[in-house]
Design a protein around this ligand. Structure first.
Ligand SMILES: Cc1cc2nc3c(=O)[nH]c(=O)nc-3n(C[C@H](O)[C@H](O)[C@H](O)COP(=O)(O)OP(=O)(O)OC[C@H]3O[C@@H](n4cnc5c(N)ncnc54)[C@H](O)[C@@H]3O)c2cc1C
Length: 634
């Protein structure tokens, strides 16, 4: 299905569903929130001077500092104060941007081109709202369409991006450039190291260089990105340029899933039912945008625009984000929307394969077509297993926007012969649609309570849980040397392929937070740095869920038993044997817990570490620390 979504985009561009507000407040807020204090007071509530902008992720503080400060983690200046975060929550940047877009502005001149500004979350030509809207405008004005993207290593560093993700992004940009080329659309790719300079550089240099007065972009929902867009829209207006930002990233945009009382919802199950109802009531949300029509051939000979086709090649790599020995990881995650569509098709129609637990291409031959036993059909059980490719493995493609949420949900709708979207827990398709809905959910959380992207817990009452400061444990976790085989297999798989299954993400996250009692933000940061699918909203949501600081209503005393989890998700130990070669000859229960199931002399011969914590003791420690926030056991 590919229908024009002009009406959806037009309604968005006019900002119809936005409340009124004061734009001056945006300016003031931007100024106030620009920095987070580096000098915390002893209660872990930093003051207001010398603050750094919109923190995410975090750093490890040394033990010496930990004694001086209550929450050692905050020392790196990566965590906003509770006060600053609360203030940002009061008037979230998304609302500010939408209000700004709603304001009437002077009639904009035509310009000589229309620009589509691609972000690193919408790297595709198909079903791309901003691209389609820009193309329509270009057609209306009878000027060429130009695509633009900004590479910002400064931004990537600030937001904990790593080589796996950046390499995947660059490969997909090259793929999309070829698509643009087929449509005679020049792709202007520019690198701006300093992220805070982006609005000024674009408005003063880039848009004039591209001779554009109309610019279109899809909205990114994180605080820094929204602030960048607010600043760009304002600066552009001063120069008579219109920058329009539209919803595209999610199946249902933020602000649409509300309780009966019209309030945003923070509990997933009722939220998900309301999400499904919105889709039922407003099927146009699933309408997909058309691929833009081609620019006239003559653009290639144009004295100015013609040069843009070759002027700014996409770099092979970016300094600081080089992917060493990237061959294998590239094989695991081949680029392009066509690949993503092929992966989706395989997930829907072919059976899971055990060999796919290895470091191999997802496009390997031999996938057996069987609609009754396909990975989708048996997803309700399969999603909890790690001994094969039970889930879709589309997360890198969805995170970088190589395929859209609408595309996958429409495809899921078509699986049902009656063309109805299943979203209940009783079928494989319904269960999978629920997972895709989680992606929308966590983005809604970020948009509604931006505090979560500022290093703050959603539940402020857990802000002062006392974390251990233990570099050795943190490193053992990262290296897969904890003595817990399922944790080690997962963490080694993560290093090798930049990805892990949802179940193992929960297991290793729970291990870091509740067993090692290390700050969840350290894990959040490491995942972002390592994952090929690193996605702020999903990652933060997953970590806060695990750390019991998030939206989940389950109490903190839900603590995963690592060994039981291991037996359930890898029943025969195949996953562990592959990723932890020291254990490759073990059979039976020993594979999950060799230390307690083998004579010590035999265990020593394995060359595998003994468990770095005792499950029972660490569980008690976690229960105490969560129950008595701010205290350590005597
Ligand atoms: C601690 C932790 C960190 C995580 N970090 C990320 C991350 O950085 N990027 C990321 O995309 N996902 C993250 N997730 C969510 C989830 O684990 C992955 O999306 C999923 O494992 C990807 O595999 P898949 O594509 O085969 O998923 P499938 O099971 O096939 O699901 C389809 C799609 O639904 C979405 N999805 C599924 N589960 C979730 C979820 N729990 N939250 C949000 N979206 C979901 C993803 O886009 C996924 O590709 C995290 C989960 C946890 C517990």
């Amino acid at each position: 299905m590919a229908v024009t979504n002009k009406s959806r985009a037009k309604a968005q561009a006019e900002g119809k569903k936005v409340a009124n507000g004061d734009v001056e407040e945006v300016k003031k807020q931007e100024h106030d929130d620009a920095h987070v204090d580096a000098d915390d007071d002893p209660k872990g509530h930093p003051g207001t001077k010398k603050r750094s902008r919109s923190p995410q992720g975090g750093g490890v503080a040394g033990a010496r500092d930990a004694k001086k400060h209550k929450n050692a983690y905050e020392l790196k200046g990566k965590v906003a104060t509770a006060e600053v975060a609360a203030k940002v929550d009061e008037d979230p940047p998304l609302d500010q941007l939408l209000r700004l877009l709603q304001q009437k502005h002077e009639k904009v001149e035509k310009g000589e081109s229309v620009v589509y500004w691609m972000r690193l979350e919408d790297i595709r030509v198909e079903d791309n709202t901003a691209l389609a809207t820009a193309a329509n405008k270009a057609e209306e004005l009878e000027v060429p369409l130009i695509a633009l993207t900004v590479l910002s290593p400064g931004d990537w560093k600030m937001h904990d991006r790593g080589p796996n993700k950046i390499d995947f992004v660059l490969r997909n940009l090259r793929w999309v450039k070829r698509k643009f080329d087929e449509l005679n659309i020049p792709f202007h790719v520019l690198t701006l190291e300093k992220r805070l300079s982006i609005p000024r550089r674009l408005v003063e240099e880039v848009f004039p260089h591209l001779r554009a007065k109309h610019v279109y972009a899809n909205i990114e929902y994180e605080v820094d990105e929204l602030r960048r867009d607010i600043a760009t829209v304002k600066k552009a207006r001063e120069k008579g340029i219109e920058v329009v930002c539209v919803h595209d990233r999610l199946v249902v945009p933020p602000g649409k899933v509300l309780s009966k009382q019209g309030k945003p919802m923070s509990v997933y199950s009722p939220w998900q039912r309301a999400w499904a109802k919105v889709l039922e009531d407003e099927p146009e949300l699933l309408e997909m945008s058309q691929i833009p029509s081609a620019n006239d051939e003559s653009i290639r000979k144009h004295e100015h625009f013609g040069k843009l086709f070759e002027a700014t090649p996409i770099p092979d790599h970016v300094e600081g984000f080089e992917l060493k020995d990237g061959e294998k990881i590239r094989e695991c995650w081949p680029e392009g929307t066509d690949t993503a569509k092929e992966l989706l098709d395989r997930f829907f129609h072919t059976k899971a394969r055990k060999e796919q637990l290895q470091l191999v291409s997802p496009l390997r031959e031999g996938a057996e077509r069987d609609d009754k036993k396909s990975r989708l059909a048996v997803y309700t059980d399969g999603r909890n297993l790690v001994n094969g490719d039970h889930s879709s493995r589309l997360s890198p493609y969805l995170a970088a926007g190589v395929i859209s949420g609408r595309m996958v949900i429409n495809a899921a709708k078509q699986v049902n012969k009656r063309g109805k979207l299943e979203s209940g827990r009783d079928t494989g398709t319904g269960m999978w649609v629920q997972e895709v809905a989680w992606r929308d959910f966590y983005n809604h959380v970020v948009a509604t309570w931006p505090r979560v992207s500022m290093g703050r817990p959603f539940l402020e009452k857990f802000a002062d849980v006392q974390w251990e400061v233990n570099e050795e444990h943190l490193q053992a976790w990262k290296d897969g040397k904890t003595g817990y085989p399922i944790v080690d297999a997962t963490m080694r798989a993560c290093k090798a392929r930049g990805w892990m299954e949802n179940r193992t993400r929960m297991i290793v996250a729970s291990f870091l937070v509740k067993s090692l009692m290390l700050d969840w933000r350290l894990g959040e940061r490491y995942f972002m740095e390592t994952f090929v699918d690193g996605d702020m909203a999903a990652n933060n949501g997953g970590w806060q869920w695990t750390a019991s600081t998030g939206t989940d209503p389950q109490p903190y005393f839900r603590i995963f038993n690592t060994l039981t989890q291991s037996e359930k998700c890898d029943p025969n130990g195949d996953y562990i044997r592959y990723w932890v070669p020291e254990l490759k000859n073990l059979k039976g229960k020993a594979i999950h817990d060799p230390y307690h199931n083998m004579p010590s002399s035999e265990f020593k011969k394995l060359g595998y570490p003994a468990p770095i914590v005792d499950h029972k003791q660490s569980r008690e420690r976690a229960l105490f620390r969560y129950k008595n926030v701010g205290e350590k056991e005597a």
